[in-house]
Write a protein that binds this ligand. Structure first.
Ligand SMILES: Nc1ncnc2c1ncn2[C@@H]1O[C@H](COP(=O)(O)OP(=O)(O)OP(=O)(O)O)[C@@H](O)[C@H]1O
Length: 559
């Protein structure tokens, strides 16, 4: 079994990984790659479980055989560098990659690659094989060809190496760069599937609010997706690189909630054997998601309010004030204003929390979403359960839309899993629906609800339909006092080629400026870290590989 610390590290690894994949998915460069990243994101929980639990075996499936083997080595190299940088968590010491021409590249770390790829020396199990002689070496396969060698640290590691190697094997196809025909692209945003026009509008508003550092209150029935939206807010906020920490106020006994939120000192109460950091402190710099806020005990509400006003608190049993910077997103499936009227919830806290309130509509009011979410869950769980591509009778959607879904998206998600288990994949028809839904009169779907062209939620342009020039700073004002900028900005290109050249010149100038800022940042950081790279990495919240890269590209400024 893993220690708590390692479990936490593995979890952190996966959260960072999710961010990495989200970036691939969201950068808008390649729809197929984005789709594959989304598929992996939807499987990540299964991998995490498999790696954390003994004997999980990595049950998730991925249709990697359908991907052509053209790997973007550079992009994969970044990931490899990162995995080696996080060796305490991944256990990985070096990553080697075999390209199509049969040449090996050391993508990250240091290690000598024994060129013994002959059959018989490797114990193959599915996509990965372990070298018989050196148990810390794993090969992963793509199309039956060895492609990647992972060298793990010697001795015991907290992570099961086989599972980690399998995880990398599954990742490879994400970095395939060619196109593989038409694929679904409904993965507009990780796990926020939305097609209903009103819900899409609401998401657009929420995205705008996410950008402002204000408290957000999400109200809505249970299972409507409030937690999914809280994550969406975090990812679309300037705090996206920091943690989001969720606290379910209903799940914590009243007597423990203060220490859960604010932590406690050793000996603060019976059983407080060690100092414990609270969830608020864990979320420093990021977002604190307070789920079921309506269940927070009245006495605790006063303490929370105080913290929101002062941004500081004491650990239970502690004397020192601790300051943190968190953004609060709270959610409730009760009507908080009614609770205020009944005297169950503090009015002052209500106003603090609900600077931007949003009501998430129930699923029955988002008819287009029922079909879109069903498609999404059929695909997600069909893959996760290892079923071949499904054939779904469109009448299924007509019945699902007729149902009221009192349990909202959560109920729909469970239902789709049940249908898949009952049908065991293959052809899905109305007969596989539970009787209460099968017997409903089918509803004709709006044309846009299922199939292509898919309407998906995407961040909207802030310009709306009609474009108006914003009243912004003039170029003259922007350049004031800087002769070089004045020279660049005073030119009026006469055609597109001239414009491109000028833009390039301005970009070069700007990157020089950013290097100066980076240089100043590094100098200060290393001063504070007294020259120690590990310390600088922690203080600056920057991984070491990137730190080295930054030093490399700015060191010429040191003269
Ligand atoms: N728009 C969506 N796209 C994809 N999955 C969704 C969406 N909305 C909800 N889900 C899924 O439905 C389930 C319930 O969502 P979530 O936990 O966010 O609901 P909730 O409103 O916070 O529920 P509760 O009030 O009971 O805590 C989750 O498994 C979530 O992944």
């Amino acid at each position: 079994m893993m220690s708590d610390q390692h479990t936490q590290s593995v979890k952190l690894f996966f959260r960072t990984f999710e961010n990495h994949l989200s970036r691939i998915r969201d950068d808008g460069k390649d729809a197929n790659q984005a789709y594959r990243a989304q598929v992996l994101l939807s499987q990540i929980a299964l991998f995490e479980k498999a790696i954390l639990e003994d004997g999980g075996g990595g049950g998730a499936t991925g249709d990697i055989q359908s991907f052509v083997e053209l790997i973007d080595i550079e992009a994969f190299g970044d990931l490899a560098a990162w995995a080696v940088d996080q060796t305490a968590v991944t256990g990985i010491r070096a990553v080697h990659f075999l390209d199509q021409s049969g040449e090996w590249h050391c993508l990250a770390g240091e290690g000598i690659l024994p060129m013994r790829l002959r059959a018989g020396e490797w114990l193959r199990s599915g996509l990965v094989a372990q070298l018989q002689q050196a148990k810390n070496m794993f090969i992963t396969y793509l199309f039956g060809q060895p492609r990647l060698v992972l060298q793990f640290e010697e001795g015991e590691t907290a992570v099961d190496r086989g599972k980690m190697a399998l995880f990398f094997a599954r990742l490879l196809p994400i970095f395939v760069t060619d196109r593989i025909g038409e694929t679904n692209t409904y993965a507009a945003d990780r796990a926020v599937i939305a097609k209903d026009p009103h819900f899409c509008d609401l998401l657009g508003l929420i995205e705008k609010a996410a950008n402002k550092d204000v408290s957000i209150l999400l109200e809505g029935e249970s299972g409507t997706g409030k937690e999914v939206i809280a994550n969406f807010i975090h990812r679309h906020s300037p705090r996206a690189g920091k943690p989001i920490v969720a606290v379910n106020c209903a799940a914590i006994p009243a007597g423990l909630i203060e220490s859960e939120l604010f932590g406690h000192e050793k000996g603060a109460f019976t059983n407080a054997y060690n100092r414990q950091i609270g969830r608020v402190e864990e979320a420093d710099g990021g977002t604190l998601f307070l789920d079921e806020i309506g269940e927070m005990p009245f006495a605790m509400q006063a303490k929370l309010l105080r913290f929101l006003q002062l941004h500081e608190f004491h650990r239970v049993g502690g004397k020192n004030k601790i300051s943190v910077d968190v953004r609060i997103v709270a959610a409730t499936n009760r009507h908080l204003k009614d609770q205020v009227a009944k005297g169950e919830f503090r009015e002052d806290l209500y106003y603090r929390l609900s600077v931007m309130p949003f009501v998430i509509p129930p699923l029955r009011e988002r008819i287009d979403d029922i079909a879109a979410l069903s498609e999404f869950f059929f695909d997600k769980y069909g893959r996760a359960f290892g079923f071949a591509p499904l054939k779904i009778d469109p009448a299924i959607y007509q019945h699902l839309v007729a149902y009221a879904f009192p349990g909202n998206v959560r109920e729909l998600e469970n239902l789709i899993q049940n249908i898949l288990v009952i049908a065991q994949g293959g052809n899905l028809s109305v007969a596989h629906l539970p009787p209460n839904i099968r017997e409903l009169t089918p509803v004709n779907l709006p044309e846009r609800a299922v199939g292509s062209p898919k309407r998906v939620w995407r961040p909207r342009s802030s310009y709306g339909r009609n474009f108006k020039w914003r009243r912004g700073r003039s170029t003259a004002a922007a350049a004031a006092g800087n002769p070089e900028l004045e020279r660049l900005l005073s030119q009026t290109p006469k055609n597109n080629d001239e414009l491109k050249l000028l833009k390039q010149e301005i970009q070069n100038y700007a990157s020089d400026l950013t290097l100066l800022v980076e240089h100043r940042f590094l100098k200060d950081l290393l001063d504070r870290a007294e020259g120690s790279m590990p310390k600088a990495s922690t203080l600056g919240n920057i991984n070491r590989t990137l730190l080295y890269k930054m030093i490399d590209r700015t060191k010429h400024l040191d003269d």
